[in-house]
Design a protein around this ligand. Sequence first.
Ligand SMILES: [Zn+2]
Length: 471
Amino acid sequence: MLEPTKIVKEALSKRTLGSSPAGQTGTSQAAQRAAGASTANKSAESNARPQTTGPRRAASDPPEPSKEKVGALMKGLQSWGTDEATLSEQAEREQAAENEALSDLDQYGDLFDNPGGGRRDGIISTNDLKAFSEGNFNRDAAREQLLDLGVAEDDLDATLDRLGQSARYLLDNKDVLNRLDVANDQRDRTDGRISRGDISREVFQRQLEQARNGDLPPGPPASNRGSYEPTVTTSNSERTPEVIAQQELAILEAVNSGQPVSFTNANGQTEELTVRQIQNTGGNAVYEITGADGHTMRIESELGASENRTALARLADYYTQLPEQHRDSVDKIEFRREPDDSAAARFYSSGDRIVFYDGLKHLNEEVFDHEFAHGIGYENDGLGENVFHYFGRLFTGSDGEGTPQGWSEAIGADAGERISDYANTNEKEDFAECWAAYMEAMDNGPEALAKLEEAYPARYAIMDELYHGGE
Ligand SMILES: [Zn+2]
């Protein structure tokens, strides 16, 4: 899937042509050519990168080939006749080093993005990498960030050291770096700025191969809130590892091919989905999911590729379970790295937007259904979309705002307690909690639905009409 480095590839192609007889003569010619190519490459590198270590050289000095690299290559070529595995082994080692550097850049992009401090913008500059490789960053802050990203206390220093090496590897291997650099820029120019979206794209390409072979590591497990269980006992059906693997493969196929794929959700329903990564969007990764109904949901993420893959698969799973006529209730979903202590996830009625804070921590089916319900509530409250209501809507939700028509009356008609503590907040939260419970009961089958209907008959009638009926 991935190209070996230029030098190795050239040597391999020369070898494959078989224009010279096998043995020392042919290989040494190839080696000379390869060494020449290496020198030329290094020349371009040396001109592009200011020397940071060792004595400064004048621009007119002959370029310095990487002795280590050429030496290893010569050795590989010389032993070609006797050990055919050596070259491909070396290419594999190169590939492994490249993969690790890219994976670090992606997974720990939060640290590389302005390591000197300051606001993260989704852009990793070569200066950021340089600062990191030279240890020129706030180590205490970086340790804190690693802890937030789930690195164990004992592993912090070793991880930081490895990240410095990965930064150095990328700076030393301009072909990898430049490929990332130009990806998001018009006219294929390098500008020393790498967007996290482009890293995400590159990592997706590599992960597709792993996913096809069935050895892609799973993302973090989704955790449910289970807040309404005391009233209506159903269990939220988060997906099995097999379903997750199959869904993530579908997502990677879709993003890499740009073509619709068959996506099967946790309920076994299959739908044609298009999942695109949008180009030229600045720093962070932007995706669009379009389902069979034709509505497109935009996803903007500050997270890394593996988290994006997990997020897209979960979103696609939850989204395809929603009735088609309500899917346009939400147009945009955002993932933020920073936590927001005041909300697990937050719905903004203006722009029909859901914001998830604290990475993937709150992205599960229950929270998604709850937040999406706010969109459905506003679409069906009969009050229309009014931008002047925006701030009021955020905090109140009284007088039927953000709830389907008749909801206030239904609350009055249904005897008994609210479905959860949080449902007591206001009427729109009552609706959101009930809708999440309804969607969960849908997953659990007729018995669960009957139980919900028994407990909240008036509310249930409205939700059933919303689910099965028209707009
Ligand atoms: Zn809510």
